[in-house]
Design a protein around this ligand. Sequence first.
Ligand SMILES: NC(=O)c1ccc[n+]([C@@H]2O[C@H](COP(=O)([O-])OP(=O)(O)OC[C@H]3O[C@@H](n4cnc5c(N)ncnc54)[C@H](OP(=O)(O)O)[C@@H]3O)[C@@H](O)[C@H]2O)c1
Length: 323
Amino acid sequence: MKIALIGGSSFLAEKILEQYSLNDQDEITIYTRTKKSWMFYPSQEGDHLRKPKYRIKTFDAYEDQVHSWVYEWSRNDVIINTMAAGVQPKQEVSSQGILEINAFFAIKLIEGLFEHKFNGKLFTFGSYFEIGDTDNEELLSEQDFVFSNNKLPNTYCISKKILTQFIHHKHQSSPFDFEHLHLILTNIYGKGENENRLFPYIVQSVKDKKDLKFSSGLQQRQFTHIADIAKLVIKLASSTSHYHGIYNITSDKTNSVKEVILMMLQQLEEKGYVLPKYEFGEVNRRDQSMNFLGVSSKKAQNELNWVPEISIEEGLKEYYENN
Ligand SMILES: NC(=O)c1ccc[n+]([C@@H]2O[C@H](COP(=O)([O-])OP(=O)(O)OC[C@H]3O[C@@H](n4cnc5c(N)ncnc54)[C@H](OP(=O)(O)O)[C@@H]3O)[C@@H](O)[C@H]2O)c1
């Protein structure tokens, strides 16, 4: 199988590659702006270390035009676009840059693949942050998600929504020669995520005995472990069945952010760490206006036969175990 991974230095790309079992026929090319050390180190596969067998090509979507690359990408069996801007906290990206990467690049990619008669599988990713500001505690189906019409608090949410709506209408209007899966992700987490995100922040502060300051934590969220998503992408990429469409990828469980923080603090205390002082309500977070974010996993369960395996209680342990 020939696979192109665009945005190859992302958290999701790293985890897909970590779990992907290569055989001699597989050829993976990583298209990346930044070269990360994990791309060059062998990874553990069963009892042995597997040498990386990827080709790495430098690709910067601000400088390179989609049309110069799309022919090459269209020669693959699978294209996985994990590239995105404005996902991680404390990364300054202009609104123009966010729209360009998250919406326009992906739209041009889809159109270019049509032109080049791509007939493999394309994976793109949406975000349940596209729901925006709401208190409505309802798990949205894919259809309700696409047409949700709440205020969107930032350009990241707007950019992702533009892409999802484009994909919805494109799927409705054009016969596709290729399979296109647009997977709507919730809060994805796991060891190796950006150090400024919530769970690494908690563990590091506890280890450094630094006081912790949180937002009110009343926002309800769905947490999905990155390994569950990576496994699903690999399963679908290698499947001989045909899948096409927009799918919410999560479990139906929601937790308040405060509940999850307290869960992690309790686990750390049970592990023998002395907890520093912590308080809720001091910090303003960029997602605080979105009181309830929740999508229904029914379609993924029924059609993709997928449910996540890792509960949040289990998933949190990897941040501090064996460290
Ligand atoms: N993380 C979450 O909680 C979450 C939740 C819902 C949906 N999603 C979606 O899931 C997908 C993967 O997310 P992630 O957390 O794995 O993303 P991530 O770790 O933030 O990675 C984003 C990737 O995009 C690349 N990129 C940004 N601008 C670029 C440019 N101009 N040219 C080339 N590459 C560029 C980055 O490269 P550099 O390393 O060079 O910056 C990085 O590899 C995204 O579509 C995201 O919107 C994520």
